[in-house]
Write a protein that binds this ligand. Structure first.
Ligand SMILES: NC(=O)c1ccc[n+]([C@@H]2O[C@H](COP(=O)([O-])OP(=O)(O)OC[C@H]3O[C@@H](n4cnc5c(N)ncnc54)[C@H](O)[C@@H]3O)[C@@H](O)[C@H]2O)c1
Length: 276
């Protein structure tokens, strides 16, 4: 089988209308890839793809829908001939502590972040194995290592996604596919704005946040280098990964981090009287 150079990849990105997904699509096109942008928001994704020129196309896809996945792969194959790389990026959150969220909020988070991504991986496994190559990149979260207040079901969906990802990668170790999982920290997108509006998510502001373009750089680099797992920031992320294993330690440390997050969030909030 011919090895494709980095410039020849066809990349399907979910949740590509906004935030990290939009940044991934933009950078991938800039690096010479061809990109099928997909999103549940059809108007926004068509407009985003339209701004990226002829190496980009758009298709509506709700990642919870198996039929939607079939249509998205078919659209990419019709426009670009194949899908070499799937970037499973779409995700949601509903802010609030567990007892305050409605059961439909808890279900939504799991249905999109975990079941939707699983549905996409299953669709890709079949099609990419049939074509003899493929790279599945799942965008997860540092919360997959850390039990965070204000994020219980979101954390659970990402813990679950990480376990699923690595289990499948091991199942498929003798097959033709590559697997990468990438864990962004707080990233300045619509999701973080949503969290800014709710003090129960203050922990998100305890550490520095990243621009979506920085996460996109790691993702698009991974198309060529195929790392197994990427954490952010590289050193502190490794410490967090280990710390999350110890719940007693977390119970001591996290309230301090949460208090710092509350202070930093307060500074970041717009203050109409002084901002004029
Ligand atoms: N922003 C952060 O701080 C942060 C941190 C860690 C991980 N992440 C993860 O990064 C990924 C992207 O997040 P973001 O911050 O760019 O979010 P965002 O809210 O800015 O964008 C998410 C995109 O996904 C789309 N989407 C939502 N539900 C969908 C569905 N069912 N099917 C298809 N598309 C859907 C939305 O329309 C939107 O365009 C998510 O998986 C998120 O969990 C984000």
């Amino acid at each position: 089988m011919a090895v494709r150079s980095e410039r020849e990849q066809v990349v399907l990105v979910t949740g590509a209308a906004n935030g990290i997904g939009a940044a991934i699509a933009e950078l991938a096109v800039a690096r010479g890839h061809r990109v099928m942008l997909t999103d549940v928001d059809e108007v926004a994704v068509v407009s985003r793809a339209g701004s990226l020129g002829s190496r980009a196309a758009a298709c509506v896809l709700d990642i919870r829908s198996p039929e939607g996945w079939t249509r998205a792969f078919e659209a990419a194959e019709a426009d670009f001939g194949r899908v070499d790389v799937l970037v499973n990026n779409a995700g949601i959150t509903h802010t609030g502590v567990t007892r305050d969220l409605r059961s439909r909020h808890h279900r939504d988070i799991v249905e999109v972040n975990l079941l939707g991504t699983i549905t996409g991986v299953c669709a890709a496994l079949e099609r990419m194995t049939a074509q003899g190559h493929g790279h599945i990149i799942n965008i997860c979260s540092m919360t997959s290592f850390l039990p965070l207040p204000g994020y219980a079901t979101y954390c659970a969906s990402k813990y679950g996604l990480r376990a699923f990802h690595h289990s499948v990668a091991i199942e498929e170790r003798d097959g033709p596919l590559d697997f990468t999982i990438i864990h962004p920290p707080s990233t300045r997108t619509g999701m973080l704005e949503q969290e800014m509006a709710d003090p129960s998510c203050a922990i998100a502001f305890a550490e520095k946040s990243y621009a979506p373009q920085r996460i996109a750089q790691a993702v698009v680099d991974a198309i060529a280098t195929k790392p197994v797992e990427v954490v952010f920031p590289p050193l502190a992320g490794r410490v967090q990964r280990i710390a999350g294993v110890f719940p007693r330690l977390m119970r001591r440390v996290l309230p301090l981090a949460e208090a710092r997050g509350l202070r930093r969030r307060e500074r970041l909030l717009p203050h109409p009287a002084t901002d004029r």
